[in-house]
Ligand binder design. Structure first.
Ligand code: APR
Length: 232
């Protein structure tokens, strides 16, 4: 089994800003204002606006999967062993590229979560305090289905099981700033997996990988996938 962790860097060449690079999302907004439960409680309108803008970017239709997303979908279809993509990204570019074995550990921009009934529903339009839950019909109880700081990422049991049983762990386009994702390489390595980092530049935890290949994802990811498929 191959486990692949992806971060904002894999979507960068599709036109979606990362968080911590120059011009990144956290240069223009404070995390505590738009990506914490406290920020949502203090000023829900600001948080709704932040995610509405990012959702509109995706639904506008001009943002497409790039060669890196497509290569991972090709790997899943052709490599003959199971592949699990664990993404920190909340865009739907892995789905658009054809990946099916996919877990969004930080949630999804195109889903809404109801704080009254707990249901998660598909959601493509703007969301605000007047939005109505598609499952229970209550008004003003929806929030973005995004895992904020101070909240527990999703699917952690499934992810940990995969990390401790995979033969290969690959990290793509993530800076290694945010746990628990930043600890996945060490967890896989301690369970005997080979670990590989594919990134524009060495991440904060680059030294924890057996191997690193650096360059734009649209170059290093397809090259790596081609190598894996040739070895089959
Ligand atoms: N190709 C490959 N890697 C790239 C590219 C590219 N074209 N452009 C940027 N990168 C790399 C950067 O070098 C950096 O290491 O992608 C990484 C982006 O890092 P961050 O902006 O910190 O994004 P990410 O690691 O996904 O952030 C993790 O932090 O704010 C939270 O919830 C948010 O999921 C996010 C989490």
């Amino acid at each position: 089994m191959i486990v692949i962790l992806t971060g904002a860097g894999i979507s960068r060449e599709s036109g979606i800003a990362t968080f911590r690079d120059a011009g990144g999302l956290w240069e223009n907004e404070r995390i505590e204002d738009v990506a914490t439960p406290g920020g949502f409680a203090r000023n829900p309108g600001k948080v709704f606006a932040f995610y509405n803008a990012r959702r509109r970017e995706i639904t506008a239709g001009s943002i497409k999967p790039n060669a890196a997303h497509l290569a991972l979908a090709r790997l899943e279809q052709a490599c003959g062993e199971s592949v699990l993509v664990v993404t920190q990204n909340v865009d739907n570019l892995h789905e658009q590229a054809g990946s099916r074995s996919l877990l969004h550990m930080h949630g999804e921009l195109l889903k809404a979560r109801c704080t009254a009934c707990g249901k998660v529903s598909a959601w493509e339009e703007d969301m605000d305090e007047k939005s109505l839950c598609p499952a229970c019909g209550k008004i003003g109880k929806l929030r973005p289905h995004i895992v904020w700081f101070e909240e527990m990422p999703l699917y952690m049991d499934t992810i940990d099981e995969a990390l401790t049983t995979c033969r290969l762990f690959v990290s793509i386009g993530t800076s290694g700033n945010v746990y628990p994702a930043a600890g996945f390489a060490a967890r896989a390595r301690s369970s005997g997996a080979q670990t590989l980092e594919l990134n524009l530049e060495p991440s904060l935890n680059a030294s924890g990988f057996h191997e690193g290949r650096y360059g734009p994802a649209t170059q290093v990811v397809p090259a790596w996938v081609a190598e894996i498929l040739e070895k089959r």
